[in-house]
Design a binder for this molecule. Sequence first.
Ligand code: F0G
Length: 469
Amino acid sequence: MTDTPRTFGQQLGRRSWAEPWKIKMVEPLHMTDRAARERALADAGYNTFLLRSRDVYIDLLTDSGTNAMSDRQWAGMMVGDEAYAGSENFYHLEDAIHRYYGYEHLVPTHQGRGAENLISRTAITPGQFVPGNMYFTTTRLHQEMAGGTFVDMIVDEAHDPQDRSDFKGNIDLAKLDALVKREGAARIAYISLGATVNMAGGQPVSMANVKALRSWCDTHKVRLFLDATRAVENAFFIQEREAGYANKKVAEILKEFCSYTDGAWMSAKKDSLVNIGGWVAVNEFALFEELRNLVVVFEGLHTYGGLAGRDMEAMAIGIGESVQDDYIRSRIGQVRYLGRLLEEWGIPMMEPIGGHAIFLDARRFYPQLTQDQFPAQTLAAELYLDSGIRAMERGIVSAGRDARTGDHNRPKLELTRLTIPRRVYTQAHMDVVAESVKAIFDQRDKVTGLKLNYEPKYLRFFQARFEPI
Ligand code: F0G
């Protein structure tokens, strides 16, 4: 292999991707033995979402709300202005979003799905289509609950884990044209653009693509909204891969990217280095007025949106930290470090390595299993049994059922996500993760899959229960 972790650091003009911070406070981890893990997993119905965190050693369930905050953010928590209305921290947050994302009008929410609810209810008329670049679970559900139909317009490469294209998150404009031809532009609510694309393996969208979408939207009089949850990570990939951006700062790239969109919703629990928070921000005043009115029904007054003042302060500071080039380079550097160890051992995964996680390709990991035997769920269970490492299914269980036919949605991608929290684990933890994945890969022939024995109505992956076949 030519592109080792060390040379990746050197390409960036330094010896390594080492973190631009040191550790000031530590939190003990829980070590467990195999017998305890077997009991815990059976109690959890073989669903890693139902494990207690005390039974988990290295927690790679999600990068959502699991970030470590900086000393500056913790100091910010102490200056929380807990006024019901007009908290000073709200204005700090508004300034940060205006400065780094560029949008005019802000409505805070308790987390991303609160923002998805508001934008879906205000911008979708029942019966309309919402084209986007691969679904996200909560995003699509809110679009459906508002009477919309999500349609996937991502480039075909995104569905192939072995395709190594640079921007596998892009929207295919030919697919958009075909939709307009078939249904008419008036039946399109807005374009739902995610950057990076979580379910596609954290794959980025190019600046060229968002520019082309802007002019497409202008032609067809359709709005373009961004899911900005991991847009800073997306900006890093543009800096690294797209012509003309190598010498621009990530912060500049982020702002340019957002400038082609009409607004965004955000789960700040990812990029923004906090444990809770979200927002929706738009440029159009009339739409803002509707959002600002609706937020009081679902979240809280429009100057806190379900958050404490201290949470808004931590978010405002976290946004500023998240766009620093040194920080984001080390963030993605750590994800790649893990990915490259696994690559060297021939472990099948989504390529190229994306922004927030390594996505193991469960179809190639367990070729003996059909998709109805839940290979990605099985892989997450086996990893937990081996070492207490917690991963997440991103395959047929996450895809849910077709709202009309009731059958499983059967995504091409059947992935198990090893999601890396920001500023939390060390390089040695990544080594342990890689060793455990290798251990279960070596035992892969013995595995027989799972069957579903309980399934809730909404977002089933969170609470479904399984048993071994
Ligand atoms: N959009 C994207 C792209 C997300 O990844 C998430 C959450 C949301 C919206 C919803 O935000 O959780 O704050 O309500 N993703 C988490 C994950 C849950 O683990 O990927 P939320």
